[in-house]
Design a protein around this ligand. Structure first.
Ligand SMILES: C[S@@+](CC[C@H](N)C(=O)[O-])C[C@H]1O[C@@H](n2cnc3c(N)ncnc32)[C@H](O)[C@@H]1O
Length: 182
C-alpha cells in the first residue's frame, strides 16, 4: 500500500514537472520573462524595411528574437545575406527551420539561445522587434560588441540610448522603424 501511494505521488510529480517544463520552454514564458513575447511583424512591411537597409550580398544579418523568421528569410532570399536567426523559443525555431527548408533558404542558420548570450561581433546588420525594456538592456551589448558601422534596425520601438546614432526613420501607416549606426 505504501509503495503504491509513493508510486502515485511520483507519477503526479513527474506529470506536473513535465507540464511546467513544456509551458516554460515552449509557450513563450521565457520570452515573456525576457520582456519580448512573440508578436510577428506584419509581412507587408518587411520589404520596405529591408530595402532601406541597403544590404550587401554576402554580409551577415542577425535577427535577435527571430520568431517565425519571416524577416531574416526575406533578407536571405532577396538580398543574399548570410542569416543568423536567434530565438529562445524552441518550437518557433523548429517551425522556422522547417519553413527555411520549404522555401529553400540555404544561407540561414538557427541558434537556440538567449540573445544576450550571443556574440554580435560578426554582424553587419542586426534586426530587432523587441519591447523598450529589452532594447534598453541590449543597447549596452551593441556598444560593447558590434563593430563600427554595424546597422541596427529596430522595428516600432526606438532605442533611447542610441538617439545620437539614429540615421533614418521610416513610417508605414503609423508604424515606425528606426535605423542606427554603431
Ligand atoms: C516581438 S517578437 C518578434 C519576432 C520577429 N522578429 C518578427 O519581427 O516577426 C520577439 C521574439 O523574440 C523572442 N525572444 C524574446 N526574448 C528573447 C531572448 N532573450 N533571446 C532570444 N529570443 C528572445 C521571442 O521568442 C519572440 O519570437
Amino acid at each position: 500500500m505504501i509503495v503504491s501511494i509513493a508510486y502515485i505521488v511520483f507519477v503526479i510529480l513527474l506529470a506536473v514537472f513535465l507540464i511546467l517544463y513544456v509551458v516554460y520552454y515552449s509557450f513563450d514564458l521565457r520570452a515573456f520573462i525576457s520582456q519580448a513575447p512573440f508578436v510577428p511583424i506584419s509581412k507587408s512591411r518587411i520589404d520596405k524595411i529591408l530595402s532601406k537597409a541597403r544590404l550587401k550580398s554576402g554580409s551577415t544579418f542577425y535577427e535577435l528574437g527571430c520568431g517565425d523568421a519571416r524577416v531574416i528569410m526575406h533578407a536571405c532570399l532577396k538580398y543574399h545575406v548570410k542569416g543568423i536567426a536567434i530565438d529562445i523559443n524552441p518550437l518557433l525555431l523548429l517551425y522556422s527551420y522547417v519553413r527555411s527548408k520549404i522555401y529553400h533558404v540555404p544561407t540561414i542558420s538557427f541558434t537556440y539561445s538567449n540573445f544576450y548570450d550571443v556574440s554580435l561581433k560578426n554582424a553587419h546588420t542586426i534586426f530587432v522587434y523587441l519591447l523598450p525594456s529589452a532594447l534598453h538592456k541590449i543597447a549596452t551589448k551593441f556598444t560593447s560588441e558590434c563593430k563600427k558601422g554595424t546597422l541596427i534596425i529596430s522595428h516600432r520601438f526606438a532605442i533611447h540610448e542610441y538617439k545620437n546614432r539614429l540615421v533614418q526613420t521610416i513610417d508605414q501607416n503609423g508604424e515606425e522603424t528606426f535605423y542606427y549606426k554603431v
